[in-house]
Design a protein around this ligand. Structure first.
Ligand code: PMP
Length: 499
């Protein structure tokens, strides 16, 4: 019987991620598998830790109801904490170095968290110090992902148990993982060593930042926190891996003899394998996943035939659109795609445009509805709301005008002709016919200032650029930011610029 897939909370969907066999990319004679952590609700392994540290603090009383949570993170932890805090109702503040990918920040803010950036030059230690400072001075709860035992414990209790169950029959010879906090490494390695002592634990790190391989121990303050950047640290590509210090959980894993081997991985190889996973196996994941696979392949080339290897894939590729992972992935058509476009005669950019469609779809009846006409007149005569835009609710050009008006602080009435309010009796359609006759143009939006027809989106932009719109607004006593120095064309949809 399949386990139930009905849950009381999104948090109950965390974990139980699939293990998938790698086909084409596996070395001959080796059974290579990946554990796909992007199946977690927020797309990364860190969902496990986020729920665990919050619930551990709830149990111990370290976190009070409604108390603000704060943490330093390269992104995935923040996204996971944002989900957990949103679901449980805790305010969340994340500190993050400015050089981590922009989509991570926006995801966290989308989930309701605040993101406080720290200078890239101050690296991981800087963002951590900021989180500590905020917690101390504001009485916030710091989750301390780098040394919180709840982080490692959840991996022993869940990730390791899942792996043991999935390899119960044929055994696991190698388990391969990178480390950031070391929570995955310490927690899983401990669980596997206890019940499957024959499994070799392989840790991997960036080849240009051999922090573990250097054997140099991390300098720490009296409270155990890292006091300086590790001397072997160099900036590397694998976001989420090796910060510029050795986290306590990572140090524990090494000191307790849980790590059998450390494999260095190059950035270019990480990118190549992340793309190869996508294109050859259909598995979409981030840079550290490609990096971990690089180490697993290295192990596989040296392993005896028939070996079972499991490689962790920590997160999804979707949060890397602005990083080197997507650098040569174009948004525009390349030569080959243009050729496909030109291989048939219709729907192309370099052939005569299709005959203009009657705006609004169906052919417009010519009669003007007198009620609609008087409604338009009333709207245009209302001097309390002198700026009127006849719009469609979600039309991109209407939104371009809305953005300009918002930036300039112009108060206006938006008559959204396709909104539910104007649907009954086709009032919206009737108003459109009145407007088409009045404006001499059937397109939407149409903007009026004190009854004067300004035009559509670009006419409004041009009138603003010429200073004309400002005169009409002044004449109608409509306030606006006269000092704004903007090019309204910036507000057009991105695809218009790309053309
Ligand atoms: N890869 C990515 C993309 C991550 O975000 C993290 C978490 N920092 C890791 C790997 C490493 O996981 P852990 O913190 O458990 O060592």
């Amino acid at each position: 019987m399949r386990p139930t897939m009905r849950f009381d909370s999104i948090l109950d969907t965390i974990g139980r991620t699939p293990v998938v066999r790698i086909g084409k990319l596996a070395p001959a004679g080796i059974n290579l598998f990946v554990k796909v952590e992007s199946f977690n609700p927020m797309g990364s392994v860190k969902d496990r830790m986020a729920r665990a540290v919050i619930e551990d603090a709830e149990r111990s009383g370290a976190l009070a109801p409604g108390q603000t949570v704060v943490e330093a993170t390269s992104g995935n932890t923040g996204i996971s904490l944002a989900m957990v805090c949103a679901q449980k109702g805790y305010p969340l503040v994340i500190t993050m170095a400015e050089n981590f990918s922009v989509e991570r920040r926006r995801l966290m803010r989308f989930l309701g968290a605040r993101v406080v950036l720290t200078p890239a030059s101050e690296k991981g230690t800087g963002m951590l110090a900021k989180a500590v400072e905020l917690a101390r001075e504001h009485g916030w709860f710091l989750t301390r992902q780098f040394d919180n035992e709840a982080n490692a414990n959840v991996h022993t209790a869940t990730t390791a148990r899942e792996i043991l169950a999935d390899f119960a029959e044929d055994g696991l010879d190698y388990w391969v993982s990178g480390f950031g906090t070391g929570g995955t490494l310490k927690g899983v390695a401990r669980g596997l060593k206890a019940e499957s002592p024959g499994t070799r634990i392989v840790a991997c790190e960036p080849d240009n930042a051999p922090v573990l391989r250097s054997g140099i121990s991390q300098e720490r303050s009296v409270d155990g926190s890292p006091s300086v950047s590790h001397p072997s640290f160099r900036p590397h590509l694998m976001q989420g891996w090796s910060p510029d210090f050795v986290a306590k959980l990572t140090e524990d894993a090494q000191r307790e003899g849980l790590v059998d081997e450390i494999v260095p991985v190059g950035g270019a190889e990480a990118l190549r394998l992340s793309r190869a996973l996508a294109r050859e196996e259909g598995i979409f994941c981030g840079i550290s996943s490609g990096a971990t696979l690089a180490a697993a392949l290295d192990v596989g080339r040296r392993a005896p035939k028939g070996a079972n290897i499991l490689c962790m894939l920590p997160d999804t590729g979707e949060r890397y659109l602005s990083t080197p992972l997507f650098e040569d992935i174009e948004a525009e058509m390349d030569g080959e795609e243009m050729e496909i476009s030109r291989s048939t005669s219709g729907y192309r950019f370099d052939s005569p445009a299709a005959p203009p469609q009657k705006p609004g779809g169906p052919v417009l009846p010519t009669e003007i509805d007198p009620e609609a006409a008087s409604m338009v007149s009333r709207l245009l005569e209302d001097r309390q709301q002198a700026v009127v835009m006849f719009a469609l609710e979600w039309c991109e050009f209407c939104w371009s005008v809305r953005r300009l008006f918002a930036r300039l602080g112009i108060s206006y009435r938006s008559v959204d002709l396709d909104s539910a309010q104007y649907q009954e009796g086709d009032v919206g359609g009737k108003i459109r016919r009145v407007l088409a006759a009045k404006a001499g143009a059937p397109t939407i939006p149409q903007i009026f200032v004190a009854g004067r027809h300004v035009g559509g989106c670009t006419e409004v932009f041009d009138a603003y650029k010429a200073g004309q719109l400002q005169e009409w607004l002044d004449g109608a006593d409509v306030g606006f930011d006269a000092d704004a120095n903007i090019d309204p064309y910036e507000f057009l949809p991105g695809w218009v610029h790309a053309r």
